[in-house]
Ligand binder design. Structure first.
Ligand code: ZN
Length: 245
């Protein structure tokens, strides 16, 4: 990518088409020229196929999330929360072979334009570990070679910063990686935020200055809830969207 590239980086879209469209509209208004995704395109909500198609149309670079993996493989779902497993089974039935193939072939980590993408952590991407605190981030940082790495999985936006002295967890606010620092940035969730803010979350990133900005976007939650109920998916999945939990 050339100089002046501005990325929209997002993840945990989770088949929420209304939230995804709202994020893309906001990204366009911010002058974004490229897209990257930290995975979990499907799961939980009712528009998995449309979200995969939209992503493919953007030529968006993506890594694989655990829901993408399970929805495109025949593996047992015993490691998934029952609520998530039920939707994975439903998702397996509604995706087309082309969409399944796309999800199946996604890699679990990628180095793009000087930054890294992973759904969970770089120390063991296939174990789908969660990074909520500094200690969990430490294990990851041992494997991060780029100055900036983006992830998701917890649905809680955050910045983990490592310098020579220590690892810190910072609130999701504008930050630039300076020399001698590494950033592990959780981009939050487009389609099922869990930080008590129901608005869709994503970041923009400018590789030239290694600057990350967080954005929140209002979308039509009622429409997404309606689609969940129409698809016969659990009502709990619809209710949580309004709470951001
Ligand atoms: Zn997720």
């Amino acid at each position: 990518m050339g100089e002046g590239t501005k990325y929209a980086i997002f993840g945990d879209i989770h088949a929420n088409l209304e939230a995804f469209e709202a994020v893309l509209e906001c990204a366009a208004s911010l002058g974004v020229t490229a897209y990257a995704c930290v995975g979990d395109i499907v799961g939980y909500n009712a528009c998995p196929g449309a979200c995969v198609d939209r992503l493919m149309g953007l030529k968006c670079i993506s890594v694989q999330g655990n829901h993408d993996y399970y929805s495109s493989h025949g593996d047992s779902l015993k490691d998934l929360h029952p609520l998530a497993a039920g939707v994975v089974e439903w998702t397996r039935q509604v995706l087309t072979p082309v969409q399944v193939d796309y999800l199946q072939k996604l890699r679990q980590k990628r180095l793009v334009d000087g930054f890294t993408l992973v759904h969970s952590t770089l120390d063991a991407p296939e174990k789908w570990g969660y990074v909520f605190d500094e200690l969990q981030a430490e294990a990851h940082f041992a494997y991060q070679t780029s100055a900036v790495c983006f992830h998701g999985h917890t649905h809680v936006p955050a910045v983990f910063l490592k310098n020579q002295e220590r690892t810190l967890r910072l609130p999701p606010e504008r930050i630039s990686a300076s020399l001698g620092q590494k950033l592990f940035v959780n981009v939050g969730s487009v389609g099922q935020p869990r930080d008590s803010d129901p608005r869709a979350c994503f970041v923009t990133y400018e590789p030239d200055t290694k600057t990350v900005d967080f954005h929140r976007v209002v979308y039509d939650v009622a429409r997404t809830q309606q689609r969940i109920l129409e698809a016969g998916l659990p009502e709990r999945l619809a209710l949580r969207l309004a709470l951001g939990k």
